[in-house]
Design a protein around this ligand. Structure first.
Ligand code: ASC
Length: 158
């Protein structure tokens, strides 16, 4: 029994290390690419809750709305200086699959303006998200507009 447990533990550890090895970054920028994708995912999840409430797909809950808005505010204010290294675009060979167009770097600092528009729209959403469906709808609509505007210019189409 003891030996079996030990074998199992050893096997689990071996499997884990192999899995971790397989998942480890290959390209020079893959860690940064994966980190920014994780950030996008969290932003998408939180704004997605607000969109769902705004479209009345789920019931409006002022506490949930306020929390999602606060989360979004924290996320859009994270420093991203290390998440977008030159060469980490969708067109450069060897990168993890991603949709960041080279235009991000070629037209820099245009993307900073997009980012500031998002940060401002989220700042305007925070104080009203919990103040009723209508107030939240207007403010989250503006946030969605800033998401789309950046994606239109700087994200590769699927
Ligand atoms: C999201 C997401 C986007 C925006 C966009 C808003 O959650 O992934 O690209 O919101 O749909 O218009």
């Amino acid at each position: 029994m003891k030996i079996r447990k030990l074998t199992l533990a050893a096997l689990t550890t071996a499997t884990l290390s192999v899995t971790l090895y397989v998942q480890a970054a290959d390209g020079p920028h893959d860690d940064a690419i994966e980190a920014r994708q994780a950030l996008m995912k969290l932003q998408n999840y939180n704004v997605g809750l607000l969109f769902a409430m705004a479209k009345e797909k789920i019931p409006y809950d002022p506490d949930v709305a306020a929390e999602a808005a606060n989360n979004l505010d924290a996320l859009v204010n994270l420093g991203q200086s290390q998440l977008w290294p030159a060469g980490s675009d969708s067109a450069t060979e060897g990168n993890a699959t991603n949709r960041a167009l080279p235009a991000i770097w070629e037209t820099y600092p245009k993307i900073v303006e997009k980012s500031e528009a998002l940060t401002s729209a989220v700042a305007a959403l925070v104080p009203v998200a919990g103040n009723g469906l209508e107030a939240m709808q207007d403010a989250v609509g503006d946030v969605g507009g800033t998401c789309k505007s950046c994606h239109d210019d700087f994200r590769e189409e699927r």
